[in-house]
Design a protein around this ligand. Structure first.
Ligand code: EPZ
Length: 425
C-alpha cells in the first residue's frame, strides 16, 4: 500500500546483485572445497537456489542474512527436477554447473518472468559443441549427456545472451582444453562470475568483452567471495528519486555499472554526483524533460530498468519513446499503469509515453521489474495505490518496504489473510 505525492529524501544502501548471486551459487557446485559467499541479497530467488543445492546433498549454512557457507562435496546427483527448480529462471545455470562437474545434467525447465518467449537454443548450442547430447523429456526436463566426450569448443552466439554466456562459462571451467565464447554478453554479473571462478583457480580471460577464453582446469579450491552491488536495484532507486522529484544518495554501488542510467537521468535534467561507491540523484533543481530510451545489452541501457523508467516518464511532460530491443514482449505491465491514468501506447517494441498525471488504483505486479515500476508509479500517484502479487518484487528486491520507508515513502506491506480486514505487517 503506497500513498503517493511525497518526494524521496535521504540515503539507501544497495544490496548484492541478484543476477550475480543466482549464477555464483550454482557455480559453487564446481568447487572441490567449501566456499563462503558474502554480500548475498536477502531475496527469495537466493533462498530457492540455495534450497535446491541442499536438496541435492550440499551442506548449505546461512551464516547471516547476507552470507552463505556452502560445501558442494556431498552433492551426489546430477539431477535437479523437483518443483522448486521451476520457480525461477536462473535454476537453468545448474545445467552448466552439473555438466561441468559430472559431464551429465538433468534439470527441470525454468519458470521465471512471463514476458515473451524465453528460448534456450543458444545454451544448448554451446553444450552440444562441447560434446553434450540433449533431450527434452516430456517437455519439461532438459537432459544433457557428455559422458562419452566432454571438451572445450569455439562457440559463437547468434544473439548476445547473458544466460547462455554464464551457462557455457560454468560448463567450460573444468572441460578438457580451451573454450572460446564469441559475441559474449558483457554484463557486470558475467564479470563477477568470472572473477569468482578465477578466485577458485579457474582460467578465464576476457569476461566483460565480446570474446571470453576459458582453459579447463582440474581442481578448484575453496574461497570467500563477496558479490558485486546490484546495478538494477540501484537504477530502480535512482528512477524513484527522479520520479518523486526528490534527492537521494544511493550507497554501495559501482558508478561504472550505472553509466547508461546516470547519463539518461542527466539528459532528463537531474543532477547526478558520482563518488567511489555512491551516487546522488537530485531531481529538485528543475523540471524534468522527456527523453527517448533504447534498451541494449551492457554497456547499453539495461532492459531490467525499462519498466521503472517508463513509470518515471509518465510523470514527465511531453512525448517519450522507449524501444525495448532485448525482449519481444516486455510491456505487459503497461496495462496496469494505464489503469492509473498513464497515457502510453505500445507498438511492438516501442512504448510511446505522454507525460501526465497518475491516480491511485488497485494494480498488480506482472513480473519482477514490472512490480518495481508499479511501486514507482504508486510513489507519485494521487491517493493510495494497492499493489498485489508483490512476491514478484520480493524475488529481486531485499527489504524493499523498509528501504523506501527510510527515504520517506508512505509505504507498508499488508496481508489479506482471508480477503477482508487487512493486517499491517
Ligand atoms: C538475464 O536473462 C536476466 N536474468 C534478465 O533479468 C535480463 O533481462 C536479461 O538477462 C538481459 O539482461 C538473470 O540474469 C537471471 P538473455 P536471460 O539470455 O539470461 C534471447 C531480471 O529482471 N535468447 O540475455 O534469460 C532472449 O529471448 C531478469 O532480473 C535467445 O534467443 O536473458 C532475449 O531476447 C528478467 N536464445 C535475448 O536473447 C537463448 O538461448 C537476451 O536474453 C537465450 C536468449
Amino acid at each position: 500500500m503506497i500513498t503517493g505525492g511525497k518526494p524521496l529524501f535521504g540515503e539507501v544502501t544497495v544490496s548484492g546483485a541478484k543476477n550475480a548471486a543466482v549464477a555464483i551459487i550454482p557455480g559453487v557446485v564446481l568447487c572441490d572445497e567449501p566456499c563462503r559467499i558474502e554480500n548475498i541479497p536477502n531475496i527469495s530467488d537466493v533462498t530457492v537456489i540455495a534450497n535446491i543445492l541442499r536438496d541435492m546433498g550440499a551442506m548449505v549454512r546461512r551464516v547471516d542474512k547476507n552470507t552463505l557457507d556452502i560445501d558442494p562435496r556431498p552433492i551426489n546427483t546430477c539431477e535437479a527436477t523437483e518443483d522448486s527448480v521451476r520457480k525461477m529462471r536462473a535454476s537453468y545455470y545448474l545445467l552448466g554447473a552439473l555438466l561441468g562437474r559430472f559431464h551429465k545434467a538433468k534439470v527441470a525447465l525454468p519458470g521465471g518472468c512471463n514476458f515473451g518467449v524465453r528460448p534456450i537454443d543458444q545454451h544448448l548450442k554451446g553444450f552440444q559443441l562441447m560434446g553434450a547430447s540433449n533431450d527434452l523429456i516430456n517437455g519439461a526436463i532438459i537432459e544433457l549427456d557428455a559422458s562419452a566426450s566432454f571438451h572445450g569448443a569455439r562457440i559463437y552466439f547468434d544473439t548476445v545472451s547473458v544466460g547462455s554466456t554464464i551457462n557455457v562459462m560454468l560448463a567450460a571451467v573444468k572441460a578438457e582444453g580451451q573454450t572460446i565464447i564469441e559475441n559474449a554478453a558483457k554484463e557486470p554479473h558475467i564479470v563477477d562470475l568470472a572473477n569468482f571462478l578465477n578466485s577458485m583457480g579457474a582460467n578465464i580471460r576476457g569476461a566483460g568483452t565480446d570474446v571470453i577464453k576459458i582453459r579447463g582446469v582440474e581442481y578448484l579450491h575453496g574461497v570467500t567471495y563477496s558479490i558485486i552491488p546490484d546495478q538494477i536495484e540501484a537504477g530502480t532507486y535512482m528512477a524513484a528519486a527522479a520520479a518523486t522529484r526528490g534527492k537521494v544518495t544511493i550507497r554501495n554501488i559501482t558508478p561504472k555499472h550505472l553509466e547508461s542510467i546516470s547519463s539518461k537521468l542527466r539528459e532528463m535534467g537531474c543532477e547526478i554526483d558520482e563518488y567511489d561507491e555512491a551516487v546522488i540523484v537530485d531531481a529538485t533543481q528543475r523540471p524534468l524533460n522527456r527523453v527517448n530510451i533504447k534498451t541494449m545489452p551492457h554497456p547499453g541501457f539495461p532492459t531490467d530498468c525499462q519498466p521503472q523508467f517508463v513509470a518515471l516518464l509518465t510523470t514527465v511532460k511531453g512525448t517519450s519513446i522507449v524501444n525495448e530491443s532485448v525482449w519481444d514482449n516486455r510491456y505487459q505491465y503497461v496495462s496496469e499503469l494505464v489503469r492509473m491514468g498513464a497515457n502510453i501506447s505500445v507498438e511492438g517494441r516501442l512504448a510511446i509515453i505522454e507525460g501526465g498525471h497518475l491516480t491511485a488504483a488497485p494494480v498488480k505486479a506482472t513480473d519482477l521489474r514490472a512490480g518495481a515500476a508499479m511501486l514507482i508509479a504508486g510513489l507519485v500517484a494521487d491517493g493510495t495505490t494497492d499493489i498485489s502479487n508483490i512476491s514478484y518484487i520480493e524475488r529481486g528486491y531485499s527489504d524493499v518496504v523498509t528501504k523506501f520507508q527510510s527515504l520517506g515513502a508512505d509505504i507498508k506491506k499488508v496481508y489479506y489473510p482471508d480477503n477482508n480486514a487487512a493486517t499491517t505487517a
